[in-house]
Design a binder for this molecule. Structure first.
Ligand SMILES: NC(=O)C1=CN([C@@H]2O[C@H](COP(=O)(O)OP(=O)(O)OC[C@H]3O[C@@H](n4cnc5c(N)ncnc54)[C@H](O)[C@@H]3O)[C@@H](O)[C@H]2O)C=CC1
Ligand SMILES: O=C(O)C(=O)COP(=O)(O)O
Length: 528
């Protein structure tokens, strides 16, 4: 029975989708130890930001195929450990964009009009109109750090309020910024010019404690900081100092270096100019339904053997692309699997050549598929699109990618793998005919045309009379039935290759007898 563990509160719409294909257990609030003990039986895990999916959790779940993050940030998931184990990680990149952007705007408005403080004092029986004088957003400078999905939506809303938006994002083009009518500036300039700074960046090595004492000192004393992105990108100690010393006018935080925010956090003791919410950016009914459906559908699809649309750890492989490249991906896997068996020894280098029309297609999926095939002899079921690149790297296999648009051998193009190993050098080319017919079209530069099949024999021999007959008799004596046979040669009586499809696997002992036939120099059994 396929089983899914949901370890954070998820909208019922997501649970309903998962229940179509699996038994679903909802167990929220597990402490680390309980989670470690709980995951062993599960094929999928669905979380929000509350569950820390560590390497230990992943190791404790041998059946785990997929981790679904019902939201954007996957910094609570050890994606590297998941990738190493071949566990797919998916998220919902857009399901809560609007909710998070609106929360940042709500924080900005609440901050600039002292709404929480005014509310608390009114509820306490006072009527403090003078004390809560605020500022308008109209015509003020808003500095957006991180002009991605949420940052861009914040920019649009702010512009509608009459704010002037500047942004810092080293990975955004000038064209994109121009389209959003946003001026791109350096980080220091943004902090100096902005009346409000709002952060919409992920937590990475580069962004950890990005906003510290130095940047806070650049801000105007009237400026305010909003962080609805990730805890840990703001140095909380430096912020507390800046607020206490009135270096800046105020701050609003939704996210914290450590969550839940510890009771003793100095942030809790800052009065008046700080607003705190408990990571509520994505907490709207609409966003929660949207992320739950988005991620549950992906988990369901993956458990049914279908691709996921927002895989975090298979870069560049969308379902559309999988569909468009389906036959070529299968060809790449077969060629990779085949060439690893021809290579025999330790593979040192794999060159993946996309030739002719294929050179115009995205290469990364084809490289990944080739590596998956290459490593499947060694790693069997354990290798997949998620971990193929990493496994190749950890084995020290050098991967070269070549696009040869000038090659014009077949319509649709061809794929060539060149493998260098401790025992030599092999080259296999393949193409797809009539939409979905796979063919190996050359072996070590000898032309042939053979569909990949379950059991094959590849030989390298001298082109001379009698060899084929002797090989046929030998296989017959060992009860190996030949389904098809092809010989490829470049010149008469020179070197040649032979590819046989056979009904049964060829035993190792028989290979020795085959290579002892006069004229046969190499023989490789290949099973796909
Ligand atoms: N508070 C909450 O409940 C929520 C928080 N989030 C968080 O908001 C953040 C932004 O989410 P999205 O906009 O969906 O992500 P996104 O990936 O669309 O945008 C992030 C942007 O940050 C930029 N960036 C990365 N490093 C940078 C740096 N050093 N300086 C400046 N820019 C940098 C990237 O180029 C990208 O454009 C994420 O950390 C996400 O986890 C998202 C949803 C809800
Ligand atoms: O999607 C994100 O990155 C969030 O931070 C939302 O977190 P949550 O799902 O509300 O725990």
């Amino acid at each position: 029975m396929t089983k899914v563990l949901v370890s954070d509160p998820i909208d019922q719409a997501g649970i309903d989708i998962l229940s179509q294909v699996a038994h679903v257990d909802v167990r929220t609030g597990l402490v680390a130890e309980e989670l470690l003990n709980a995951v062993a039986d599960y094929d999928a895990l669905m979380v929000r930001s509350g569950t820390r999916v560590t390497a230990a959790v992943i190791d404790a779940a041998p059946r785990l195929k997929i981790i679904g993050r019902a939201g954007v940030g996957v910094d609570n998931v050890d994606v590297t450990a998941a990738t190493r184990r071949g566990v797919l990680v998916v998220n919902s990149p857009e399901g809560n964009t609007i909710a998070a952007a609106e929360h940042a705007m709500a924080m900005m408005l609440a901050l600039t009009r002292n709404i929480p403080q005014a509310h608390a004092s009114t509820m306490a029986g006072r009527w403090d109109r003078k004390r809560h004088l605020g500022n308008e957003l109209y015509k003020k400078n808003l500095g957006v750090v991180g002009l991605g999905k949420i940052g861009a939506h914040v920019a649009r809303i702010a512009q509608a309020l009459g704010m002037v938006v500047l942004a810092h994002d080293p990975f955004i083009s000038n064209e994109r910024a121009q389209k959003l009518q946003v001026r791109l500036v350096e980080l220091d300039a943004l902090f100096e010019e902005a009346d409000y700074v709002t952060l919409h960046i992920p937590r990475t090595h580069e962004t950890a404690n990005l906003v510290g004492e130095k940047l806070l000192k650049r801000m105007k004393p009237t400026a305010r900081l909003i962080n609805c992105a990730r805890g840990g990108v703001v140095d909380e100690t430096a912020l507390v100092d800046a607020l206490r010393n009135n270096t800046i006018a105020g701050a609003a935080l939704d996210v914290y270096a450590s969550e839940p925010l510890p009771a003793e956090s100095p942030l809790r003791s800052v009065k008046d100019n700080l607003i705190l919410t408990p990571h509520l950016g994505a907490s709207t009914a609409e966003a929660q339904a949207s992320v739950a459906i988005d991620v549950a559908e992906q988990i369901r699809d993956v458990l049914l053997g279908l691709p996921a649309r927002s895989a975090v750890n298979i870069p560049g492989l969308s379902p559309d692309l999988i569909e468009a490249l389906r036959a070529h991906l299968s060809l790449a896997e077969h060629l990779g699997h085949c060439i690893s068996q021809l290579a025999g020894g330790n593979v040192q280098e794999l060159e993946v050549r996309m030739q002719g029309e294929l050179a115009a297609r995205p290469s990364q999926p084809l490289v990944t598929a080739s590596l998956k095939g290459l490593l499947s002899s060694a790693l069997g079921e354990r290798i997949n699109y998620v971990n193929a690149g990493l496994e190749a790297k950890s084995r020290g296999i050098k991967v070269l990618e070549v696009k040869d648009e000038a090659s014009r051998d077949y319509s649709g193009g061809s794929l060539q793998l060149i493998c260098r190993s401790s025992s030599g050098f092999h080259k296999l080319t393949g193409a797809v005919f009539a939409g979905d017919e796979l063919r190996i079209t050359s072996v070590d530069s000898f032309p042939i045309s053979v569909p990949p099949s379950n059991h094959m024999l590849f030989t390298r021999h001298r082109d001379m009379p009698g060899i084929i007959g002797r090989l046929g008799s030998l296989l017959g004596q060992h009860n190996v039935n030949i389904a098809s046979m092809q010989v490829g040669r470049r010149i008469m009586r020179g070197d040649a290759v032979m590819v046989l499809s056979v009904d049964d696997p060829i035993p190792e002992s028989l290979l020795e007898d085959i290579t002892s036939i006069d004229g046969i120099r190499e023989a490789h059994a290949v099973s796909l």
